[in-house]
Design a protein around this ligand. Structure first.
Ligand SMILES: NC(=O)c1ccc[n+]([C@@H]2O[C@H](COP(=O)([O-])OP(=O)(O)OC[C@H]3O[C@@H](n4cnc5c(N)ncnc54)[C@H](OP(=O)(O)O)[C@@H]3O)[C@@H](O)[C@H]2O)c1
Length: 317
């Protein structure tokens, strides 16, 4: 019965990760959970679409700890994610994560998932000049702030699963990571990974894996869970994309310093990110366990499966 379901408050419910978790909760009609969708804008089209599906949609802002405490009150679980790309500020991301941890503690939330990433400074200390230090004290700002923020949850004793996500294949559609056309007219995926593998996943599967984490109950509290759908090289990604789209798409490897100089907002951050994944590839790939992710989410997609659904959405220049 619906009133016996345990509530999971979902931050980012109108976005990729949180939205996918809400859909996973809804899809499991007889399942143990109900979603409480958190958004700043309850009147947005995406929020209204969730309400139309019968989801409880409530307002809160990551910048306002009190608002988070109100929407976490009475919830069994909370899915916590921050959106670095809205403000490009690691300090703001840290402050928002602190607000989430304190609000979860105050609300007595029994299981938090914190969508985190590595603090790359544990691998590349600031003094290591193989990649530039950015914003004074970061190597990969959008990773480092999330990883540093883990301590807010640990220090307060919030029962937390630390979910380390992977590059979304959806970036080929929405994040400008799709094929570029070179001066010779050749279509290419361009990034600085040499022949190393890039752990990646469908954004929808992050939400489904998070759902699987909640379903495991206490088992994964205090654990770090790193997920991916497949570990493919740039050449393999390009070859699969070529086949799916019926176009000749190559992989063009560029040095990280060239990528950092591309000039779009965050190019330096992403250049360092790819270099981190390249230079610590054994760790980075090794920890992102596809088989385990599939136990959390038996529908975990391969890149070919993702392409079959999304190939027509990939913009070609
Ligand atoms: N792209 C990738 O490959 C990738 C891979 C791993 C991790 N990530 C990380 O994923 C994060 C973004 O997650 P996403 O892709 O799921 O986001 P998204 O699709 O861009 O949506 C952002 C979500 O965050 C919510 N939000 C943002 N600021 C908020 C605030 N101040 N208060 C309340 N809600 C707020 C938005 O809600 P409203 O606008 O409705 O309020 C929206 O639901 C980034 O930090 C990024 O580093 C990305």
């Amino acid at each position: 019965m619906a009133e016996q379901k345990r509530t999971i408050a979902v931050i980012g419910a109108t976005g990729a990760q949180g939205g996918a978790l809400v859909r996973a909760i809804l899809a499991d009609k007889g399942g143990p959970f109900a979603a409480r969708a958190i958004t700043r804008h309850v009147d947005s089209d995406k929020a209204k679409a969730l309400a139309a599906l019968g989801v409880d949609v409530v307002a809160a802002d990551l910048d306002d700890e009190g608002s988070l405490a109100r929407v976490f009150a009475g919830a069994y679980g909370a899915f916590c994610v921050t959106n670095y790309w809205e403000h490009f500020s690691p300090e703001k991301e840290l402050a928002q994560a602190g607000n989430l941890a304190r609000a979860a503690k105050a609300g007595g939330v029994q299981h938090v998932i914190w969508s985190t990433l590595e603090d790359t400074r544990k691998w590349v200390p600031l003094a290591d000049d193989r990649m530039p230090t950015l914003m004074g004290k970061y190597k990969v700002p959008h990773y480092d702030a999330k990883g540093e923020a883990d301590h807010f949850f640990r220090d307060l004793g919030v029962p937390t699963t630390f979910l380390l996500t992977s590059f979304y294949w959806d970036n080929f559609i929405y994040f400008g990571a799709g094929p570029q056309r070179g001066p010779d007219g050749q279509l290419a995926l361009v990034f600085p990974m040499d022949e190393k593998r890039l752990p990646a996943i469908s954004a929808a599967d992050i939400g489904k894996c998070a759902y699987g984490v909640f379903k495991r109950g206490k088992e994964l509290i205090g654990k770090r869970v790193a997920i991916a759908g497949e570990h493919l090289t740039g050449a393999q990604l390009a070859s699969k994309m070529s086949r799916a789209l019926g176009k000749d798409i190559r992989y063009t490897n560029v040095p990280p310093e060239v990528y950092r100089g591309f000039g779009f907002p965050g190019a330096d951050d992403l250049g360092n990110m790819f270099q981190f994944k390249r230079d610590f590839n054994d760790y980075y790939v090794g920890v992102r366990d596809i088989a385990f992710a599939r136990t959390l989410n038996p529908e975990l997609q391969s890149f070919d499966q993702w392409l079959a659904v999304h190939k027509d959405q990939i913009p070609l220049p």
